[in-house]
Design a protein. Structure first.
Length: 159
């Protein structure tokens, strides 16, 4: 019964428990607008892809200086708005909000931790289907490649 004129801004805040959302604004007359909202993992993968080809730099954590493995995951997770991670693979694995998941539970955007004994020496971003985005060596830089070891564990803080 009331008409509202002028521009309006609507903000919807959603929890990160589900992989993605379809947001629809409806009125009595029907659908006003709809949009798909990315999951945190979708955002992480989209950002990780942008830096394929960036150089590897020991201790690096930005596209300007180059990345090492944990600097890359730290940067991507920060830019995706997922988490503030420390700059060390083992420390990332042990942050209080990171929990271990099985390979079958892993979703694109989760972290892949490479183990030597019980310690993580390398970390990458899971891309799905056995692939990852990683900053592994000075020769390769940041690349998209298959997970190269069976001695890995997966971790997430968003599902």
């Amino acid at each position: 019964p009331r008409h509202i004129s002028g521009g309006h801004r609507f903000q919807v805040k959603l929890g990160s428990r589900r992989p993605g959302y379809r947001i629809a604004l409806r009125a009595a007359s029907g659908l006003l607008d709809a949009v798909n909202a990315d999951s945190p993992g979708d955002r992480a993968v989209r950002i990780a892809k942008k830096y394929v080809g960036a150089r590897y730099t020991e201790g690096g954590a930005s596209p300007r200086t180059g990345f090492d493995c944990s600097g890359y995951t730290m940067y991507v997770y920060h830019r995706a708005g997922i988490a503030s991670l420390p700059h060390n693979a083992q420390t990332q694995r042990n942050v209080r909000y990171m929990h271990r998941i099985t390979r079958s539970q892993a979703r694109p955007g989760d972290l892949v931790f490479y183990l030597s004994g019980s310690s993580a020496y390398h970390v990458a971003i899971y891309a799905g289907h056995g692939y990852q985005y990683t900053a592994a060596t000075p020769r390769d830089g940041v690349r998209y490649q298959a997970i190269w070891s069976r001695d890995v564990v997966f971790g997430t803080d968003w599902h």
